[in-house]
Write a protein that binds this ligand. Structure first.
Ligand SMILES: Cc1cc2nc3c(=O)[nH]c(=O)nc-3n(C[C@H](O)[C@H](O)[C@H](O)COP(=O)(O)OP(=O)(O)OC[C@H]3O[C@@H](n4cnc5c(N)ncnc54)[C@H](O)[C@@H]3O)c2cc1C
Length: 332
């Protein structure tokens, strides 16, 4: 297994910040991965997918492991369902595209989310009312500490809003994920912008849904290759009843979604916009003009510029509304 030294990471994070990893490797199988873990028991380790949800503010003094398992296999197939195992390195949207083209439903709403299959359970990726957890049946991993293989059923993954056991513990390297997809499909009208894009078609095919979502996302989100970014920078804040009421006193029209007993969600994008940060630029960093939650890199190679800008947003939202925004993006 080839270990690379002093590897430049600029191309490996979607903010395109510069940093060097002392050691870097791309294991192509579980065996190679286990071998690496045995060879470098004492190194700090960081697992890298496609780098769309993280950026670097400094060099990484340790070993970066970028899983390179690319296989896709059908592991069960009956009249109603199909189970597909996809390797960690498979590009997420390629998997979605393949499933949609075969008429397997369940992933179509997650079209065009950039990243790898291996990262999809980490923050339980979600969009348009769907989350990775809705179709995942099993996650195969290797324990970063012991090198042992361990499988997690859907329940054991402890999925939540942009959350999972993998995010909480950072102990498991995901090597493949098994998804259970439906061979039939009925469209339920839930999203105004999706309905609008479908132009009144109440019985769209899976491909039509995918195309509509791709069209909306392409309009709403900046192209990573032109304006480096990591998607939503902050999570939508979760509030208790008391916090919700305090916020409503400050902003009468704040959007609030009831998500459980004494649990409410509000929109981070709305708060950032209200705080005056939509489309705002400081130096070489700003927020996207069409989406206040997306921080864009306008020419810096130093992750600290992005970190400082994000901190300015946090301070202002806290000062004006008493809400502490938590980053969705990983900062190293
Ligand atoms: C333009 C844009 C739009 C986006 N839209 C959405 C959206 O709609 N919904 C959404 O949920 N997210 C969205 N994201 C965020 C991002 O696409 C997801 O978080 C995606 O899962 C990141 O995948 P990745 O392979 O790039 O992960 P990385 O950024 O490489 O890694 C993310 C985290 O997962 C860990 N990790 C990665 N692979 C593994 C593995 N195999 N085993 C263990 N740990 C691992 C890393 O250590 C890191 O902590 C968007 C990002 C961008 C740039």
């Amino acid at each position: 297994m080839k270990i690379q030294h002093n590897k430049q990471l600029q191309q490996y994070n979607s903010f395109r910040t510069k940093a060097v990893a002392r050691l870097f490797c791309e294991p192509q199988s579980v065996d190679e991965l286990s071998e690496i873990l045995k060879s470098f028991p004492d190194e700090n380790k960081l697992i890298l997918g496609a780098g769309n949800n993280l950026f670097f503010t400094k060099n990484y003094d340790g070993l970066i492991i970028k899983p390179a398992m690319y296989e896709i296999n059908i592991i069960s197939d009956d009249e109603n369902f199909v189970e597909i195992e996809a390797g960690a390195a498979v590009e997420w949207d390629n998997l979605v595209e393949e499933c949609v083209s075969k008429g397997y439903s369940g992933l179509e709403n997650l079209s065009l989310i950039p990243g790898s299959v291996g990262a999809s359970p980490i923050q339980n990726i979600g969009a348009y009312g769907s989350e990775a957890k809705d179709t995942i049946t099993l996650v195969k991993t290797v324990d970063i500490k012991t090198g042992e293989q361990k499988e997690f059923t859907n329940n054991e993954c402890r999925f939540g809003y942009r959350d999972s056991i993998f995010k909480q513990t950072r102990r498991y390297i995901i090597t493949s994920v098994i998804f259970r997809l439906n061979k039939s499909f009925t469209y339920e009208e839930k999203y105004v912008d999706l309905s609008r894009e479908l132009k009144g078609n109440l019985t769209p095919s899976l491909s039509q849904i995918r195309e509509a979502i791709i069209a909306i996302r392409s309009r709403k989100l900046p192209d990573v290759n032109k304006l480096p970014n990591a998607g939503s920078f902050f999570k939508n804040p979760i509030l208790t009843k008391e916090e919700k009421e305090a916020l409503q006193k400050k902003i009468v029209d704040v959007p609030i979604y009831n998500i459980g007993e004494n649990s409410f969600k509000t929109s981070a994008a709305f708060l950032i916009e209200k705080a005056g940060f939509k489309g705002k630029t400081i130096g070489k960093v700003g927020t996207y003009e069409n989406h206040a939650l997306v921080i864009i890199n306008l020419g810096t190679e130093d992750g600290n510029d992005i970190l400082n800008f994000a901190q300015e947003i946090r301070n202002e939202v806290d000062k004006q509304f008493g809400i502490i925004l938590e980053p969705e993006v990983w900062i190293f």
